[in-house]
Design a protein around this ligand. Structure first.
Ligand SMILES: [Zn+2]
Length: 461
C-alpha cells in the first residue's frame, strides 16, 4: 500500500491522505486548509489523483477534515463518503454553513472589489454542498466494511468530538492481513461528555496526529478556575464574552457552566448561546445519548445541553439587542478565533469597558484577532473600526478536545502489538520533531514526518 500526504503535512489543517492498493484508491479525510493565505490557496488545486479516488473515509466533521468535500463534488466526484452516524448528521450543518460562507465571501469581494479576479468566485456553492451530502453513507462503529476484494475498513471511537473516529484499513497481501491505522484527531480522554477513545490493540502501521505533540494540557480543576473567573467579572457587574468553536468546545463549556450554576458555585446570571450553528450542533449532541458517559452522567449532560437554563439567541436583531445591553451576563458565541461571526459584534461593544472580560478557551492561531488580543494589543480593528481594548483578556487552559503529549504517548503504549511504522501528520513541524524524539526514545523507532504530497510505502503490503 502506498500513502500520499496530500494535506495536513507538517501543518494542522487540510487533512487529506490518499491510500492506494492493487488498483484501488481512496482518501482518509477531505479537509479544508484554513489560516494564512498561501495555505488557503491550496484549496483551489485539483490533485492529479482526483480521477482515481473511489471512496472517501471521514474521521470527523470538523471543517479542517471535511470542508473540502463540496469542492470535490464541484469537480464531479460521485463516489461514497463513509462516516459514522453522528458525523453524517453534523456534516449537514457544517458543510452547508461552510458553503454559505464561501458564497458570502465571494459576494463581499465583488462588492468591495478587493479581489484580483473579476468576478470573484466562491470555492464552492451551497449546491455543491447539497450534492456531496447526498453521497454520505453513515456506517456503524466497530464493523468491517468492504472497499475492494483486498481492502476493508472500520471506524473506532476517537473521543475527540461527537462522532469522531479512528480509521483502520485491513489490507490483504501475499503474506496475510496487514492493518494500517489513521488516528484522525484523538481526544485526550478528559472529555466530561464523550466516552474515552477506544484502545487500538493491533496495527502494522500508524498515521498519528501530533497537534499537541509538544504540549501538556492542565485540565485539572478547570471548572473551578472557570467559576473563579465568572465570579470575578460578575462582582464588578461586567459581562463575560466567551468566543468558542461551535462544534465541540461550546458543548463542553455548556456542561461546565450548567454544573457551576446548578451547584450555586457561580451567581445566577443569564447565560446566552448566540451562534445559530452552535445551537444546531448542540441539538444534535443532545440526541446522541449513547455517545456520552453512561447513566446519571448522561442525564446530567442531556440536561446541560437542553436550553431552559441558558437562552438561545436566534435572530440577528435579538443578537444586536444583546450586544448593546449592559446587564451582567455570559455570552458564548462563535467563531472561536474571532475570524468572523456574531462574536465580533459582541466584542465591539464589550472591549471598550473595563468591567467586562473576554475569555479564550482554545488555541488561537497565528495572525488571528484572538492571538492579537492575547498578545496585549491596545486596540483591535473590527469591521473597519478601531476598537480600544479596556476589557480584561483571559485564557483558560484545559478545555481542548485534542490529546496532549502524554495522552498520545499513553494511547501508543496500550498497543499489544506495536506498529512497526509510525508516520506523523496534523502538527506544526516544531511540535512534530519534539514528539518524534519522544517516540524514538520510548519505542525505538523513528517516525516519518512527510512533506506535502510525499509518498510513503507501507512495509509488508
Ligand atoms: Zn478535529
Amino acid at each position: 500500500m502506498k500513502l500520499t500526504f496530500a494535506g495536513a503535512a507538517q501543518t494542522v489543517t487540510g487533512s487529506q491522505t490518499l491510500f492506494e492498493h492493487q488498483g484501488f484508491a481512496g482518501l482518509v479525510d477531505c479537509g479544508l486548509y484554513q489560516g494564512p493565505k498561501p495555505l488557503r490557496l491550496l484549496n483551489w488545486n485539483k490533485p492529479e489523483f482526483y480521477e482515481r479516488v473511489r471512496a472517501i473515509l471521514l474521521t470527523h466533521a470538523h471543517i479542517d477534515h471535511s470542508g473540502l468535500l463540496p469542492r470535490w463534488s464541484s469537480w464531479g466526484y460521485k463516489g461514497p463518503v463513509y462516516c459514522t452516524k453522528p458525523t453524517a448528521e453534523l456534516l449537514q450543518i457544517m458543510l452547508r454553513d461552510a458553503a454559505h460562507l464561501q458564497e458570502e465571501d465571494a459576494k463581499y469581494a465583488n462588492r468591495s472589489k478587493y479581489s484580483h479576479h473579476d468576478p470573484a468566485l466562491p470555492l464552492y456553492t451551497v449546491e455543491d454542498a447539497e450534492a456531496i451530502l447526498r453521497r454520505v453513507v453513515p456506517v456503524e462503529l466497530d464493523h468491517w466494511h468492504e472497499l475492494s476484494s483486498e481492502l476493508k475498513f472500520r471506524f473506532l471511537r476517537a473521543g475527540h468530538i461527537l462522532g469522531s473516529a479512528v480509521v483502520q484499513l485491513s489490507v490483504k497481501t501475499e503474506n496475510g492481513e496487514r492493518l494500517v491505522t489513521f488516528s484522525g484527531d484523538l481526544g485526550g480522554g478528559r472529555s466530561e461528555l464523550l466516552k474515552d477513545p477506544e484502545l487500538v490493540l493491533d496495527s502494522d502501521a500508524l498515521v498519528l496526529e501530533s497537534t499537541y505533540g509538544n504540549r501538556k494540557i492542565d485540565s485539572v480543576g478547570r471548572e473551578d478556575r472557570l467559576a473563579e473567573i465568572v465570579r470575578k467579572v460578575h462582582a464588578r457587574q461586567g459581562s463575560l464574552i466567551i468566543p468558542a468553536f461551535a462544534l465541540g468546545r461550546t458543548q463542553d463549556l455548556l456542561l461546565s457552566l450548567f454544573r457551576l450554576w446548578r451547584d450555586k458555585k457561580i451567581p445566577d446570571l443569564p447565560v446566552y448561546l448566540d451562534s445559530p450553528m452552535a445551537t444546531k450542533v448542540t441539538e444534535i449532541y443532545a440526541r446522541h445519548r449513547r455517545e456520552f458517559w453512561p447513566n446519571e452522567q448522561a442525564d446530567e449532560i442531556i440536561q446541560a445541553l437542553n436550553s431552559g437554563w441558558f437562552k438561545v439567541i436566534e435572530s440577528p436583531d435579538d443578537s444586536m439587542f444583546l450586544c448593546v445591553s449592559l446587564e451582567p451576563k455570559i455570552v458564548i458565541s462563535a467563531s472561536g478565533m474571532l475570524q468572523g461571526g456574531r462574536v465580533l459584534h459582541h466584542l465591539k461593544q464589550a472591549l471598550p469597558r473595563k468591567e467586562n472580560a473576554v475569555l479564550f478557551v482554545g488555541f488561537q492561531g497565528a495572525q488571528t484577532k484572538g492571538r492579537l488580543l492575547l498578545e496585549g494589543l491596545l486596540s483591535l480593528r473590527i469591521h473597519h473600526q478601531e476598537i480600544p481594548v479596556e476589557a480584561e483578556i483571559l485564557y483558560l487552559d484545559g478545555f481542548s478536545a485534542h490529546a496532549d503529549q502524554n495522552d498520545l504517548l499513553d494511547w501508543l503504549r496500550q498497543f499489544h502489538r506495536k506498529p512497526r511504522q509510525i508516520i506523523l501528520n496534523h502538527g506544526e513541524i516544531e511540535s512534530m520533531k519534539i514528539f518524534a524524539q519522544l517516540i524514538e526514545k520510548e519505542f525505538g523507532l523513528q517516525p516519518k514526518l512527510p512533506l506535502l504530497n510525499e509518498e510513503v510505502l507501507i512495509e509488508g503490503t
